[in-house]
Every structure is written in C-alpha cells, then in structure tokens.
Design a protein around this ligand. Structure first.
Ligand code: C2E
Ligand code: MG
Ligand code: MG
Length: 761
C-alpha cells in the first residue's frame, strides 16, 4: 500500500516547532505545514520505522546468500510491480503486485525480510508519486512498522497452529492461507490507520472510522487475492522448489498488468462519467436558472403587456379580457350582472399643453389613485389611454349603487389637484352602461359606455350619463350625418347666419359674426354644435372653414358695395378651428379669401376659442403673427373658460377678448361672475385689447356691461343670428343705428327649413 498523492497542500503551521536553529530550518523545509502534534507523530513514526528496519536488517545480517538473493529479486520485482499500480476507486491508495511479492517473502523468510522489502517498495512508490521528503521518509517507515508487526503476528500464529494441530509435520495449507489472509488485512488496517492519522492530526482532528470504510471493499478483495496467491505460491514453492516462482512471475505479471489496464480503463470511464455528470449538473443548474429568468421575464412581459406603464393600472387589453369574462358570467344562468363606467376628463389636453407632459403624467397618476380609493375591493379600474379610464363594477348590487359610485367618483375628482405647483380644478364626464343590454362582446360594452360618456359631455360636461337604447339611435344618426355631411358643401346645404355685434355705448353696429348652419333636407337647420364635432372627427373641418371664410368675406364685400357709406365700417368675424390653425396653407387661404372677395384685411376678424389657442400655442403664435402682419384682426372666443396665462395674453397678437356667455348669463350685481367680467375688462383695457361680451340676453346685463366699460356686445337681446337677407337689411338699411333689434321683425336664423343655400344677399 502506497500513499499515491502527497499529503494535503501546505498551509501555514498553527503550532511552530519549539526547537530553534538548524532544527527549525529542517522543520521549515521538511514539515512546513505540520503542527506540533503532527510533527511529533511524524518523528515518532520515522523513529519507530528506523528502529524496525534496523532490527530487521540486524536479523537478516547473518542470512544465507540465497536469502539475500531472494531479498534483492523480491525488492526489484516489488519496485517494478509498483510501476503498474491498480488504483483503488474513490481512495488515495492503490494496490500493486508488490504486495504479493512481499507476502511471499514474508512466508518464505519471515517478517524482517518482508519489512525490508516493504520499506524498499514503499520508498520507490512514494518517490514516484510525491516530491515531499516527509512522505518519502514516512512511507517506508510506516511500511516497515506495519509489516514487522503484522508479519511477526503471522509467524507467531502459524507457529502456534503448527504446535497445536500438526507438531512435527508440514504446515497445513488451509491454515497458511487463512492466516495469511488475516495478516494481509491486519497489515492493511495498520498501514491505513498509521497513514490516516497524519492528515487528521494536521487538521487537529481524530481519525474517523469513515476514513477506512470507503476503501475496505476493494482492499478486502485485493488483499484477499494477494494473500491467497502469495500463500499458494509459497505452498507450491515448498513442494516444488524455486522453479515455481520463476514460472509464476510472468503469470502474475500478466494478471496484474491486465488488472492495471482494466482498472485504468474503469477509472478513466468513471472520471469521464464524473465529468459528464458534473457537466449535466451544471447544465441542469443553468437550465433551472434560465427557466427562472424566463419565468421572471414572462411575468415582466405579462405585466407590461397588460398594464399601463404610467399608472400601473390594467390597460385596455387587460380590461377587454376581464370584460370578456364578465360578459360570459352575465350570460350564464347565475347571471352575474356588471356595469362599466367610461371616464374622460374635461380639460386634460389643456393641462398637458399648458403645464407640460410631466405635469399631465403627474395628474393622471393622482387621478388613478383617487379613482382606486373610491372603488370597492372587487371593482377594477383600467386606463384605456390618454385621460380615458374605465371602471368595471362586478357583483352588481343594483344600478343605483353604480350611480352612487359615479357621483362619489365625480366628487373625488372635482377636488383640486396639485400639479407642478399649480392647483388644478377639473371634472370628469362619466358614461355608464349595464350588462342588462345583453352584450355578447367586450367591445360592445366599451362602445356603449363611451357613447354614454359623450352624451354626458354633450349635456354640459362634469356629469354622468346612463346608456340607453335611444343612444344607439343617436350613434346611428351621427354615422348617417357624417356620410351626408361629405356632400353638404357641394350640394349647397351649408349656409351662414350673421349675428350683429354692437358698440354698447353708442348702440352702433360694429359688424357681424358668421355662424355656420346646415340646411339639412330632412332634419331641418342643424346648429354647428351638432355637425362640427362630426366634421372635426371625419377630417372635414378645413373644407368647411374655407367655405365659411370665402362666403363671409364675399358677403360683407357685397354689403359694402351696396351701401358704400356705412358698410365699410363693419367687420366680419369668422370662427376658426384647431385644425385650421395647424394647417400649413391656412394663412394662404385667408389671404386668397380676402383677395377674391376684395375685402380689406382689417375688416376681417378671426375668432379662436381660448382652448384652441392654449392647446396649439406654438403654431398659433406663428400663424397669428403672420395674420396680424397682413392686418387681419384676432379675437379670443369664449374667454375665461381656459387657462390663458397673463404672459401669453400680453405677448400673443390678439385684438379682442370675447367674454364667454356663461359669465354674462350669471351677471348680477356683486356676483362672482361680475368680478370675473370686471377683471377681464380691466385686463383688456390695460393690455390695449378690445373686450366683447357675448350672450347678452337682458337689458340689465347690457347696462351692467356698459357701465363696467365693456366696449362691444353680442347676444339675443341685441340681435339673434340672422339669415343673410335679414342681416343685409341691418347692414345696409337704416336699422343699423337702432340696435338693439329685439322687437324688430327678425326671427333668429336657426330652424328655417325653407331657407336654402349659400346665396349672397
Ligand atoms: P361662438 O363662436 O361663441 O358663437 C356664439 C354662439 O352663441 C352661437 O351659437 C350663437 O348662436 C350663440 N349665441 C349668440 N347670442 C346668444 C345669446 O344671447 N344667448 C345664447 N344662449 N346663445 C347666444 P352657434 O351658432 O350655435 O355656434 C356655436 C359655436 O359653434 C360657436 O360659438 C363657434 O364656436 C362654433 N361655430 C359656429 N360657426 C362656426 C364656423 O363657421 N366655424 C367654426 N370653426 N366654428 C363655428
Ligand atoms: Mg365665435
Ligand atoms: Mg363664443
């Protein structure tokens, strides 16, 4: 038995040897990683081994020449056999044919001879397998001790057996084999224990039974084989003399070479298996990690795909999924009814455009929190995009509960928001629909909730509306009008009404505002509020505006030609939409309308609502500047309902502020509206802009506005929107000095189905 590898890799000694000088240097060179105990053990083994060898050599000194020849041959054979070790699996030990040779010599010549050869074989083995002198010295010492002990015991045992069983006769073969077997195992145990103690001592541990257990199976086999072979060789030698040994050596050599080869292959296969197993384990580990990563990214993807990135609320896709389930549940026998609310904010675009997108985002996040806080645990709120949210109310506890929820939501959303250092007050319009309408797809549900929301907006915003089947009809009508509007311009169905504008102080006619009407062949005269939103959505706004612009300019020019004395003092106001302002050819169109009609630029005023102006500030600024340079007037319509800042008002090329009629309508002495109107008037005065109050319906309103210093007025009290013919009488007749015209025989130009066309009067 040989230590195949060197002892554990050097580590700094924990105990330093007590001795100094040469011993310390020797220790540092020989046993650098040995602590005090391991050092003591090593020296003890070496001393005992040396003593054992000395004793053995001493005993052999007087031996015959044949003995020495056997010793030399045996040593050589053992060393050569050591070159072909049979490694024992999972152990640091190996078995060599040298063991057999040593056992044969033990049986033939006794323990001292075997001890010398075992020491020589161990020296050769350790020389080959380790560079450490500590091992090269200790290995032969250990072998000598173990063999001397085990071998002496064998001979002692055989002598006893001989004396008891067959005094004076040849040795009993069975006893020889059995005793040799026992000796071989004792030799192994001795050498393993002696060897195993050393690394344990270095780690300050005790030898454990487990250190030996792992190798017993193989060693048992190898030693049993060696012991049996050696005892058979010995017995044959006894009977047939030295020739047997000479004959057996090649047989044994071949056997061991074959074993060496076989075990080597096995070892390589085991090593390859181990490498493969390790690779497989690594791959499995990688696969598990990969799977986990995939699962995590799948979860991330799922979240991204089904949630809104800004608010983390479910998105439209997720809502449609949930709605699908809700629709199915409502159609099931248990009929789990549900409701859906569609929410839209009434001024979100304005917030976004005037305070920036970050503020808009912040607002939406706050909104999402407020909506969530108002819901019951089972309800789901989703963000559909922009400022559109939807709420799915499941396990419906009656429609009244949904209405109560809508009211709660509106109340929560009407409280001021603090965004980008500004306090914002906004409102939501909510459309609600219920599963009782018998939906079959989630899209139908959303469509109807959306329709109801438009109904709420149309009814004046900041309110909720319930979907009813009547709305289906409205939607259908909307679609029909969209189709018909495309032909309305070509077929001459669009016409203009003209509402006079008066100087409040003098009562003099200042001009007209052109207001478009649709003379629908079936539905009668339609107000712009009905068809302009359809035109905007269907992309027809620019064509309509062009028609209005050309028609209005030509009309005023016509009146001027008719009454050159008074009409030239009048102006024509034309409303323009956000689409017009954004259109690259808008300025060119205005100047063409002026050129074609022969109207002077200063006689034309373009009206933009405050919302449009603020939401398209950048392009509006460039366009209005150009128009101003041409001489065209600019009025801000519905002023007071948007978020114009003073800095914008001061820098924008604006001539007139048109106070929204909602302020005029509630104008009573001391009211909040009166304060607003007063401040708009003084703002206009200080910025050098004309101020016009629209929607004057009563004499007190007119008087109050006049008293406040409001320059211009417009409203049903003064004159309703008039047909072209009626307006011609005002513009060209004597009546222009006599406004207000109420009491005059002019019917407002609205439901007048008989009246046709764009004829200019
Ligand atoms: P607007 O420019 O503010 O026009 C004034 C609206 O107030 C008109 O409604 C007019 O009929 C109405 N009105 C006038 N005096 C009174 C009053 O004393 N009391 C009340 N309650 N209402 C009064 P209309 O003609 O229905 O137009 C509504 C809006 O449609 C207009 O508001 C304007 O923004 C838009 N619009 C009208 N014609 C055109 C057009 O040709 N192009 C564009 N882009 N928009 C137009
Ligand atoms: Mg207007
Ligand atoms: Mg207005």
């Amino acid at each position: 038995m040989l230590p195949v590898t060197s002892p554990a890799p050097p580590s700094p000694p924990t105990d330093s040897p007590a001795a100094a000088g040469p011993y310390r240097r020797l220790h540092a060179w020989l046993l650098p990683d040995y602590n005090r105990r391991a050092t003591a053990y090593w020296w003890t083994v070496v001393a005992l081994g040396t003593a054992a060898l000395a004793y053995a050599v001493r005993r052999l000194a007087d031996g015959s020449a044949e003995l020495w020849m056997h010793l030399l041959a045996g040593t050589a054979l053992a060393i050569v056999a050591g070159l072909f070790p049979v490694r024992i699996r999972q152990s640091k030990t190996s078995f060599t044919a040298g063991e057999t040779v040593i056992f044969v010599l033990l049986l033939m010549h006794g323990a001292p001879a075997a001890a010398v050869v075992a020491a020589a074989e161990a020296l050769a083995g350790s020389w080959r397998t380790t560079r450490r002198w500590s091992s090269r010295i200790a290995s032969p010492a250990l072998a000598a001790i173990a063999m001397l002990g085990a071998g002496s015991a064998l001979h002692g045992a055989l002598a006893v057996v001989q004396a008891v069983h067959a005094p004076g006769q040849a040795q009993n073969a069975g006893w020889v084999i059995a005793a040799t077997l026992v000796m071989a195992l004792a030799y192994f145990v001795a050498i393993s224990v002696l060897l195993g103690i050393l690394p344990r001592l270095k780690r300050r541990e005790w030898l454990r039974g487990a250190d030996l257990v792992g190798v017993f199976g193989w060693v048992g086999m190898a030693y049993a084989g060696s012991a049996v072979v050696a005892s058979l060789v010995f017995l044959a030698y006894k009977v047939y003399g030295g020739g047997v040994i000479v004959g057996l050596v090649p047989v044994l050599a071949m056997l061991l070479a074959a074993l060496h080869h076989q075990f080597g292959r096995q070892e390589a296969a085991v090593a390859a298996d181990a490498v493969r197993a390790e690779a497989a384990a690594r791959e499995a580990q990688l696969a598990v990690r990969h799977m986990r990563e995939l699962e995590a990214s799948e979860r991330r993807y799922q979240h991204l795909a089904f949630h809104d990135s800004l608010t983390s609320l479910p998105n439209r896709r997720r809502l449609l999924e949930l709605l699908k389930e809700a629709v199915a549940a409502a159609r099931a026998p248990a009929a789990n009814d549900f409701a859906v609310m569609f929410l839209d904010f009434d001024r979100f675009k304005l917030i976004n455009d005037s305070l920036g997108h970050d503020a808009g985002d912040d607002f939406l996040v706050q909104v999402s929190h407020r909506i969530q806080a108002s819901l019951r645990p089972g309800d789901v709120v989703a963000r559909l995009g922009g400022d559109e949210f939807a709420v799915l109310v499941r396990q419906l506890a009656g429609e009244a509960a949904v209405v109560a929820l809508a009211e709660r939501l509106m109340e929560a959303l009407a409280r001021p928001f603090h965004v980008a250092g500004t306090e914002l007050i906004t409102s939501a319009s909510i459309g609600i629909t219920f599963s009782r309408f018998g939906y079959t797809t989630p899209e139908q549900v959303l469509r109807d909730a959306d329709t109801a929301m438009y109904k709420a907006k149309g009814a004046g915003k900041a309110r909720y509306a319930l979907f009813d089947t009547h709305l289906h009809t409205e939607v259908a009508r909307r679609l029909r009008l969209e189709g018909e509007l495309r032909h309305a311009i070509e077929t001459g169905q669009l016409a203009l009404a003209y509402q006079p504008i008066q100087e409040l102080a003098s009562g003099r006619l200042a001009g007209f505002e052109a207001l478009v009407r649709w003379q629908h062949p079936v539905d009668g005269t339609l107000a712009p509020g009905i068809f302009l939103p359809i035109a905007e959505e269907a992309g027809m706004m620019v064509r309509i505006s062009e028609f209005v612009l050309q028609c209005a300019c030509r009309q005023l020019r016509r009146w001027q030609d008719e009454r050159p004395a008074q009409a030239p003092l009048l102006t024509m106001s034309v409303n323009v939409s956000g689409h017009d302002i954004a259109h690259p050819a808008f300025v060119a169109r205005v100047s063409r309308a002026l050129v074609e009609s022969g109207l002077q630029a200063r006689q034309l005023t373009l009206e933009l609502t405050e919302h449009i102006l603020m939401s398209r500030l950048e392009c509006a600024l460039a366009v209005l500047t150009e128009l101003r340079q041409m001489g065209v007037g600019v009025a801000v319509d519905d002023f007071g309902t948007g978020y114009s800042s003073l800095s914008h008002l001061a820098t924008l090329p604006i001539d007139t502020l048109k106070i929204d009629r909602s302020f005029v309508a509630r104008l009573t002495e001391g009211s909040r509206e009166a304060a607003v109107v007063r401040s708009i008037i003084s703002l206009g005065n200080s910025l050098g802009k004309a101020v016009l109050a629209e929607g004057i319906e009563t004499e007190p309103q007119r008087r109050q506005l006049e008293a406040m210093g409001c320059e211009l007025g417009q409203g049903f009290l003064l004159a309703p929107p008039l047909s072209a013919e009626q307006a011609r009488v005002v513009a060209c007749g004597e009546a222009w000095r006599e406004l207000p015209l109420h009491g005059a025989p002019y019917a407002p130009y609205a439901p007048d189905p008989g009246h046709t066309s764009t004829t200019i009067h």
